[in-house]
Design a protein around this ligand. Sequence first.
Ligand SMILES: CC(C)(COP(=O)(O)OP(=O)(O)OC[C@H]1O[C@@H](n2cnc3c(N)ncnc32)[C@H](O)[C@@H]1OP(=O)(O)O)[C@@H](O)C(=O)NCCC(=O)NCCS
Length: 174
Amino acid sequence: MGEGTALRPVLEADLSFLHHLISDPAATGEHQWYGFHDPHLYRRRWDENGLLGDDGGVLIVTAEDDRLGLVSWRKILTTRNAYYWNIGVLLAPEARGRGHGTRAQRLLAEYLFAHTTVNRVEATTEIGNLAEQRAAEKAGFTREGVLRGTGFRDGRWHDGVVYGLLRADLHREV
Ligand SMILES: CC(C)(COP(=O)(O)OP(=O)(O)OC[C@H]1O[C@@H](n2cnc3c(N)ncnc32)[C@H](O)[C@@H]1OP(=O)(O)O)[C@@H](O)C(=O)NCCC(=O)NCCS
Protein backbone atom coordinates (compact mmCIF):
# COMPACT_ATOMS: atom_id res chain seq x y z
CA MET A 1 0.00 0.00 0.00
CA GLY A 2 1.25 3.46 -0.87
CA GLU A 3 4.09 1.91 -2.83
CA GLY A 4 6.27 4.34 -4.70
CA THR A 5 4.53 7.40 -3.30
CA ALA A 6 6.70 10.49 -3.74
CA LEU A 7 6.42 14.27 -3.60
CA ARG A 8 7.81 16.73 -6.09
CA PRO A 9 7.49 20.48 -6.80
CA VAL A 10 4.65 21.75 -8.98
CA LEU A 11 5.52 22.25 -12.66
CA GLU A 12 3.75 24.72 -14.90
CA ALA A 13 2.15 21.77 -16.69
CA ASP A 14 0.47 20.73 -13.40
CA LEU A 15 -1.50 23.95 -12.93
CA SER A 16 -4.67 22.89 -14.74
CA PHE A 17 -4.59 19.52 -12.92
CA LEU A 18 -4.41 21.37 -9.59
CA HIS A 19 -7.26 23.68 -10.51
CA HIS A 20 -9.41 20.73 -11.53
CA LEU A 21 -8.62 18.93 -8.24
CA ILE A 22 -9.80 21.79 -6.04
CA SER A 23 -12.58 23.16 -8.21
CA ASP A 24 -14.47 20.21 -9.68
CA PRO A 25 -16.93 18.75 -7.16
CA ALA A 26 -16.46 15.32 -8.72
CA ALA A 27 -12.74 15.55 -7.89
CA THR A 28 -12.73 17.22 -4.50
CA GLY A 29 -14.83 14.62 -2.72
CA GLU A 30 -17.81 15.66 -0.61
CA HIS A 31 -15.79 16.89 2.37
CA GLN A 32 -13.61 19.24 0.32
CA TRP A 33 -16.17 20.91 -1.96
CA TYR A 34 -16.24 24.59 -1.02
CA GLY A 35 -17.48 26.05 -4.30
CA PHE A 36 -15.68 27.05 -7.51
CA HIS A 37 -12.21 28.52 -7.28
CA ASP A 38 -10.57 31.39 -9.09
CA PRO A 39 -9.02 29.58 -12.10
CA HIS A 40 -5.91 31.79 -11.90
CA LEU A 41 -5.24 31.20 -8.21
CA TYR A 42 -2.47 28.62 -8.60
CA ARG A 43 -1.04 30.34 -11.69
CA ARG A 44 -0.50 33.58 -9.76
CA ARG A 45 1.12 31.81 -6.82
CA TRP A 46 3.20 29.63 -9.10
CA ASP A 47 4.46 32.70 -11.01
CA GLU A 48 5.43 34.26 -7.69
CA ASN A 49 7.31 31.41 -6.03
CA GLY A 50 6.57 28.03 -7.65
CA LEU A 51 4.08 27.40 -4.81
CA LEU A 52 7.01 27.10 -2.39
CA GLY A 53 6.79 30.09 -0.08
CA ASP A 54 8.03 30.76 3.43
CA ASP A 55 4.49 30.63 4.81
CA GLY A 56 3.32 27.53 2.99
CA GLY A 57 3.41 25.56 -0.20
CA VAL A 58 2.09 22.83 -2.45
CA LEU A 59 3.75 19.67 -3.76
CA ILE A 60 2.50 17.10 -6.25
CA VAL A 61 1.95 13.53 -5.03
CA THR A 62 3.20 10.94 -7.50
CA ALA A 63 3.65 7.19 -7.79
CA GLU A 64 5.63 5.58 -10.59
CA ASP A 65 5.58 8.93 -12.43
CA ASP A 66 1.75 9.09 -12.28
CA ARG A 67 0.36 12.36 -10.92
CA LEU A 68 -2.01 11.47 -8.07
CA GLY A 69 -2.82 14.68 -6.24
CA LEU A 70 -1.45 17.39 -4.01
CA VAL A 71 -0.24 18.03 -0.50
CA SER A 72 -0.12 21.52 0.98
CA TRP A 73 0.97 23.27 4.14
CA ARG A 74 0.44 26.65 5.73
CA LYS A 75 2.01 28.42 8.65
CA ILE A 76 0.03 28.80 11.87
CA LEU A 77 1.55 31.32 14.28
CA THR A 78 1.26 30.27 17.91
CA THR A 79 3.37 32.67 19.94
CA ARG A 80 5.58 35.62 19.10
CA ASN A 81 8.46 33.31 18.29
CA ALA A 82 6.82 30.03 17.25
CA TYR A 83 4.70 28.52 14.53
CA TYR A 84 3.66 25.12 13.26
CA TRP A 85 2.42 23.77 9.94
CA ASN A 86 -1.15 22.79 9.14
CA ILE A 87 -1.13 20.34 6.24
CA GLY A 88 -3.70 19.22 3.67
CA VAL A 89 -3.93 16.40 1.15
CA LEU A 90 -6.17 15.88 -1.86
CA LEU A 91 -5.87 12.91 -4.20
CA ALA A 92 -7.70 12.41 -7.48
CA PRO A 93 -10.62 9.98 -7.01
CA GLU A 94 -8.96 7.14 -8.93
CA ALA A 95 -5.86 7.38 -6.69
CA ARG A 96 -7.68 6.94 -3.39
CA GLY A 97 -7.86 3.89 -1.17
CA ARG A 98 -4.43 2.51 -2.05
CA GLY A 99 -2.39 3.97 0.80
CA HIS A 100 -1.05 6.98 -1.10
CA GLY A 101 -2.89 9.53 1.09
CA THR A 102 -1.36 8.00 4.21
CA ARG A 103 2.11 7.88 2.71
CA ALA A 104 1.92 11.38 1.22
CA GLN A 105 1.04 12.94 4.60
CA ARG A 106 3.87 11.07 6.27
CA LEU A 107 6.34 12.14 3.58
CA LEU A 108 5.21 15.76 3.85
CA ALA A 109 5.60 15.77 7.63
CA GLU A 110 9.09 14.26 7.33
CA TYR A 111 9.97 16.86 4.68
CA LEU A 112 8.77 19.74 6.86
CA PHE A 113 10.61 18.45 9.95
CA ALA A 114 13.77 18.06 7.86
CA HIS A 115 13.70 21.48 6.25
CA THR A 116 12.08 23.73 8.85
CA THR A 117 12.57 24.02 12.60
CA VAL A 118 8.94 23.42 13.59
CA ASN A 119 8.05 21.12 16.46
CA ARG A 120 4.54 20.30 15.28
CA VAL A 121 2.72 19.36 12.10
CA GLU A 122 -1.07 19.35 12.28
CA ALA A 123 -3.79 17.88 10.10
CA THR A 124 -7.41 18.87 10.53
CA THR A 125 -10.43 17.39 8.84
CA GLU A 126 -14.20 17.37 8.96
CA ILE A 127 -15.63 14.97 11.51
CA GLY A 128 -17.41 13.00 8.80
CA ASN A 129 -14.24 12.47 6.77
CA LEU A 130 -13.39 9.02 8.09
CA ALA A 131 -10.93 8.18 5.31
CA GLU A 132 -8.76 11.17 6.21
CA GLN A 133 -8.99 10.43 9.93
CA ARG A 134 -7.86 6.86 9.34
CA ALA A 135 -5.11 7.98 6.94
CA ALA A 136 -3.78 10.54 9.45
CA GLU A 137 -3.68 7.91 12.18
CA LYS A 138 -1.90 5.43 9.92
CA ALA A 139 0.62 8.18 9.08
CA GLY A 140 1.48 8.42 12.78
CA PHE A 141 -0.59 11.44 13.79
CA THR A 142 -2.32 11.48 17.19
CA ARG A 143 -5.98 12.42 17.43
CA GLU A 144 -6.03 15.43 19.75
CA GLY A 145 -9.62 16.52 19.86
CA VAL A 146 -12.76 17.82 18.25
CA LEU A 147 -13.06 21.41 17.10
CA ARG A 148 -16.73 22.29 17.37
CA GLY A 149 -18.33 24.18 14.49
CA THR A 150 -15.14 25.18 12.65
CA GLY A 151 -15.85 24.36 9.01
CA PHE A 152 -18.59 25.84 6.84
CA ARG A 153 -19.58 23.64 3.91
CA ASP A 154 -22.76 22.91 2.00
CA GLY A 155 -24.91 25.39 3.90
CA ARG A 156 -23.97 24.51 7.45
CA TRP A 157 -21.22 24.37 10.04
CA HIS A 158 -19.38 21.11 10.68
CA ASP A 159 -17.21 19.95 13.55
CA GLY A 160 -13.58 19.22 12.80
CA VAL A 161 -11.04 16.77 14.19
CA VAL A 162 -7.46 17.79 14.88
CA TYR A 163 -4.44 15.50 14.56
CA GLY A 164 -0.88 16.34 15.54
CA LEU A 165 2.55 14.91 14.88
CA LEU A 166 5.43 16.23 16.97
CA ARG A 167 9.08 16.07 15.98
CA ALA A 168 9.64 13.59 18.83
CA ASP A 169 6.86 11.36 17.46
CA LEU A 170 8.77 10.78 14.24
CA HIS A 171 10.75 7.90 15.67
CA ARG A 172 7.77 6.18 17.28
CA GLU A 173 6.62 2.96 15.67
CA VAL A 174 3.53 3.61 13.47
C1 LIG B 1 -8.62 11.45 2.50
C2 LIG B 1 -7.55 10.93 1.55
C3 LIG B 1 -6.37 11.88 1.52
C4 LIG B 1 -7.04 9.57 2.10
O1 LIG B 1 -6.07 9.06 1.23
P1 LIG B 1 -6.25 7.58 0.64
O2 LIG B 1 -5.07 7.26 -0.18
O3 LIG B 1 -7.59 7.50 -0.04
O4 LIG B 1 -6.31 6.75 1.97
P2 LIG B 1 -5.48 5.47 2.37
O5 LIG B 1 -5.68 4.41 1.35
O6 LIG B 1 -4.08 5.86 2.66
O7 LIG B 1 -6.17 5.08 3.77
C5 LIG B 1 -7.55 5.32 3.98
C6 LIG B 1 -8.00 4.51 5.16
O8 LIG B 1 -9.30 4.97 5.48
C7 LIG B 1 -10.20 3.88 5.40
N1 LIG B 1 -11.47 4.41 4.91
C8 LIG B 1 -11.74 4.87 3.67
N2 LIG B 1 -13.01 5.28 3.62
C9 LIG B 1 -13.52 5.08 4.86
C10 LIG B 1 -14.79 5.28 5.45
N3 LIG B 1 -15.80 5.81 4.75
N4 LIG B 1 -14.96 4.94 6.74
C11 LIG B 1 -13.96 4.42 7.46
N5 LIG B 1 -12.72 4.21 6.96
C12 LIG B 1 -12.52 4.53 5.68
C13 LIG B 1 -9.57 2.89 4.45
O9 LIG B 1 -10.09 1.59 4.64
C14 LIG B 1 -8.10 3.03 4.88
O10 LIG B 1 -7.84 2.36 6.09
P3 LIG B 1 -7.19 0.87 6.16
O11 LIG B 1 -5.90 0.92 5.42
O12 LIG B 1 -7.04 0.62 7.61
O13 LIG B 1 -8.19 -0.04 5.50
C15 LIG B 1 -8.08 10.73 0.10
O14 LIG B 1 -9.12 9.77 0.13
C16 LIG B 1 -8.60 12.02 -0.52
O15 LIG B 1 -7.84 12.74 -1.15
N6 LIG B 1 -9.92 12.30 -0.31
C17 LIG B 1 -10.53 13.52 -0.86
C18 LIG B 1 -9.95 14.79 -0.27
C19 LIG B 1 -9.95 14.80 1.23
O16 LIG B 1 -10.92 14.47 1.88
N7 LIG B 1 -8.79 15.23 1.76
C20 LIG B 1 -8.59 15.38 3.19
C21 LIG B 1 -9.03 16.72 3.54
S1 LIG B 1 -8.64 17.23 5.14
